[in-house]
Design a protein around this ligand. Structure first.
Ligand code: CA
Length: 225
């Protein structure tokens, strides 16, 4: 799951991002409203944590754009106590929740978890299943249920596999994979998607699964039996 944090106070942004990453969320940070708006409109996020007082473009304007562009991400607003009016405006525009500054990081995390649990397309489950594969997203252990063999999946391959299992039997474009797994600011050529895919294919094969990740010429990749 990918989360965007739009917050101009670097220390706060850091605390939030560090905590979320420790919980295995993929996190991108925007330190001003312009960058935040640009990233938000990429529509690759499951959730956006959005400060209101931001340089260049404020959080309410960003929220408005998010809603007008049908971006599916859940939005949690960060508001100062004195910004009650902003908070109400935020709800009017369509924020899903808000947290008042100063906040305890655990409170924010609890609200993030509630929002992601409510997300219909991406249910937060402990286990993802496809065909004879079962991926435990807490432990990163991949099991083939027909052979009962298991293997530990390293971080980047885990993100890849999770994305494929959430989009099984669909063709996924290379660009989508890069955006989702490496983040939108990445230099495409430097991350060598093919290499990671081949590591992942090898692991799927080692545990005896009949699932494969096929290249579809000029279109991308597809996970199938
Ligand atoms: Ca701010």
């Amino acid at each position: 799951m990918r989360i965007l944090v739009v917050e101009d106070e670097e220390v706060i942004a850091d605390v939030i991002a560090t905590k979320l990453r420790a919980l295995r969320y993929e996190v991108d940070v925007s330190l001003d409203g312009e960058d935040g708006l640009y990233n938000a409109l990429s529509n690759i996020y499951d959730l956006i944590i959005l400060d209101i007082m931001l340089p260049k473009v404020n959080g309410l304007e960003i929220l408005k754009e998010i809603k007008e562009n049908d971006i599916s991400a859940k939005v949690i607003m960060l508001t100062a106590k004195s910004e009650l009016e902003d908070k109400l405006k935020g709800f009017e525009i369509g924020a899903d929740d808000y947290v008042t500054k100063p906040f305890h990081i655990e409170e924010l995390i609890a609200r993030v978890n509630v929002q992601l649990r409510n997300t219909k397309n991406h249910k937060v489950k402990d286990v993802l299943e496809y065909s004879d594969l079962s991926l435990n997203i807490r432990t990163s252990i991949l099991t083939c249920v027909s052979t009962n063999e298991s293997i530990n999946i390293p971080y980047r391959e885990f993100l890849l596999l999770e994305y494929f299992m959430n989009n099984k039997e669909q063709i996924i474009a290379k660009e989508q994979i890069y955006d989702k797994v490496w983040g939108i600011d990445t230099d495409y050529e430097s991350n060598n998607l093919e290499a990671y895919l081949s590591f992942l294919r090898k692991k799927i094969k080692i545990i005896g699964s009949k699932v494969s990740i096929k290249a579809v010429r000029n279109l991308g990749y597809k996970m199938e039996e």
